[in-house]
Design a protein around this ligand. Sequence first.
Ligand code: PGA
Length: 251
Amino acid sequence: MREWIVAGNWKMHNTIAESIALAKAIKEGTTTIKNGEVVLAPPFTALFSVGETIKGSNVQLAAQNMFYEDKGAYTGEISPGMLKDIGCTYVIIGHSERRKYFHEQDQDVNLKVKKALMAGLKPIMCVGETDEERVKGITRSVVDRQVKQGLNGVEKIDNIVIAYEPVWAIGTGKVATPAEAEEVHKFIRGILKDLYGSMANDIRILYGGSVTKDNIGDLIAMEDIDGALVGGASLKADGFLGIIKNISGKK
Ligand code: PGA
């Protein structure tokens, strides 16, 4: 049985004080949730404070990115060891905003995934097609390339989470229909089965892109959707808690 995950990607939002308040509300709102995993990915500047706030709770800490070197002259970068040190269990890798604005390639994603695993972090590896690619009808080949290149040389898959985030659905309010999302999730699981055999049945594949408490119920009812990576709706406690409650009631 795959345990659901709801991860909140705060992106470049929230001061330390705002982060603490939001994390506290999420912590308090999830005390009665007994299954699944709740993960918060604040900006780097708030990782320590959020880590302190959620200590002793079921809420886990994630970073939004990392570099693939252990240490050295890489001004502005953060290593996997630093993320472990500050208490992260998860790290988001290859988010479409990293690919778009910071020109991350599948090879970078692959190096980061491997390095995160070596450091004992669990990567949430993001894949998904742009609107242009969708219109061209190449969603499957794009996702196939991103999954295969991102996982190139990865032998043990059990600590990896995949997030399917169609780029056209991120921050746009245009959520994929449950059937559209499930089709790609099933396709991704097929790729994972080719690569890893029956182990693929245990891999969590999250959906991301304009998830709210109102649309998550139908998405999570799909067989291969194992949770959500949430941006905008994770910035308010009631919206995020609503998503968690709707998932935990269904999976
Ligand atoms: P969104 O972002 O929920 O605001 O669409 C999702 C994401 O980028 O992970």
